[in-house]
Design a protein around this ligand. Structure first.
Ligand code: AMP
Length: 400
């Protein structure tokens, strides 16, 4: 069975085609510059590659090109789209309407579009992609939607409500939703498998650290709290996002700089974080500048480690225990410096890592804690596309 996984943004369309008999990636690529030109990079699992400038006025033309590169030319991997059993789409915001993945209907596409106010950058493009995809796949090919927020729908109200007037929740749906749920769900189950335990018996703090970062408390396989909030701006310092700040600092700076609400939102989402503090949003630049003694880079690095430590401590407190901490995402999987920085001075929480092993671990599933560490510490590579494909397959099989 072959499953196409789609991750659509406002100007991009990333895809992977997986053969679910062995969960291998047969083809993957990205159509980007949609609406402002067009470009495609297509690769096959056996190393063939095609790259070209295109004309993508809308997502529909990008999908048409995607069909072309999958079914013809040097990157051909299938004879026709009828070989694809289903399409799974990543959706950023499902709010409190969607607490699990589901089959797509026209009504569901409209509901996803209606949530655009809560996720303006993502949900409308997702809806456009769902409608465009329907045009290029054979009639009757199921589409499934997998939500970043769904995993966090198990959070109790005390974790997801803000101390604002209740009408903000009732009228405007303002609450914590949390993001990266597909990743946190995937790595938690991978970790349980690696530990030889049932995820239902584990208290885990999952640290997904990348350009966007979120920390999640997972108790018995369920998200009970998470660091991102109403939007992905909340929580720890990120590449270009500030993370949590005192809301009064936001109104104060907006007034000082004469910024409108949407300009201030851009300031916090696109010009803050590592970028705003150090001049680069990339953790590798921050690490190398810190190694050379750059004070602002050292500060940014210290802030990230400190904030993650605070989340680990508070989540161990609310779960009343901690069996394992895991690191994932571009930074979590690759930066031994961040992992060492976070795990240093955490012996009160039973965290002790093998420094040598940690330093030599990159992008692999490895336990980096010492045998006598009360809390296990793991590096667990994430694979959101694989989880989307697995959900898609399971839902299609359920309907049979
Ligand atoms: P992601 O958003 O998950 O793709 O992660 C992107 C982040 O991972 C960027 O900040 C990169 O600098 C960081 N990253 C990737 N590789 C490394 C590495 N080898 N060492 C440190 N950070 C890395």
């Amino acid at each position: 069975m072959k499953i196409l996984v789609v991750n659509a943004g406002s100007s991009s369309l990333k895809y992977q085609l997986l053969d679910m008999t062995n969960e291998e990636v047969i083809a993957k690529g990205n159509c980007d510059r949609i609406g402002i030109g067009g470009h495609i990079v297509a690769k096959t699992g056996d190393g063939r590659k095609f790259e070209a400038d295109c004309d993508f006025p809308t997502h529909t033309e990008a999908f048409e090109k995607l069909v072309e590169v999958l079914t013809s030319g040097e990157t051909k991997v299938i004879d026709s789209m009828s070989e694809i059993s289903a399409v799974g789409h990543r959706i950023v915001q499902g709010a409190d309407i969607f607490d699990h993945s589901c089959l797509v209907t026209d009504e569901i596409i409209d509901q996803i579009d209606d949530l655009a106010e809560l996720a303006p950058v993502h949900n409308h493009p997702h809806a456009l992609a769902l409608r465009a995809c329907k045009k290029v796949i054979p009639e009757g090919t199921p589409q499934v939607v997998v939500f970043d927020t769904a995993f966090h729908q198990t959070m109790p109200p005390k974790a997801f409500m803000f101390g604002m007037p209740y009408e903000c929740y009732e009228k405007f749906h303002v609450r914590k939703y949390g993001f990266h749920g597909t990743s946190h769900r995937f790595v938690a189950s991978e970790l349980a498998r690696a530990m030889g335990k049932d995820v239902k018996d584990l208290k885990i703090v999952s640290c997904h650290l990348g350009n966007g970062s979120s920390i999640t408390a997972i108790d018995g396989g369920k998200s009970v709290d998470t660091s991102m909030g109403f939007t992905p701006l909340d929580g720890v310092i990120m590449g270009t996002r500030s993370g949590a700040v005192d809301p009064s600092a936001v109104t104060f700076v907006a007034k000082k700089l004469g910024l409108s609400p949407s300009e201030m939102s851009d300031y916090l989402n696109k010009k803050s974080g590592f970028l705003g503090l150090t001049g680069s949003s990339d953790n590798r630049d921050v690490q190398s500048a810190a190694n050379e003694g750059d004070e602002k880079a050292l500060l940014a690095d210290d802030m990230l480690n400190y904030e993650i430590q605070k989340y680990i401590g508070s989540y161990a407190a609310v779960m009343n225990g901690l069996d394992a901490v895991l690191f994932t995402g571009g930074i979590g999987e690759n930066s031994w410096e961040v992992r060492e920085g976070v795990c240093t001075g955490m012996d009160y929480f039973g965290i002790k890592i093998d420094k040598e092993l940690n330093r030599s671990t990159r992008g692999k599933l490895v336990k980096i804690s010492t045998p006598d560490s009360k809390t296990e510490v793991w590096v667990v590579p994430t694979n959101e596309e694989l989880l989307i494909a697995r959900d898609t397959l399971a839902i299609v099989n359920e309907g049979k």
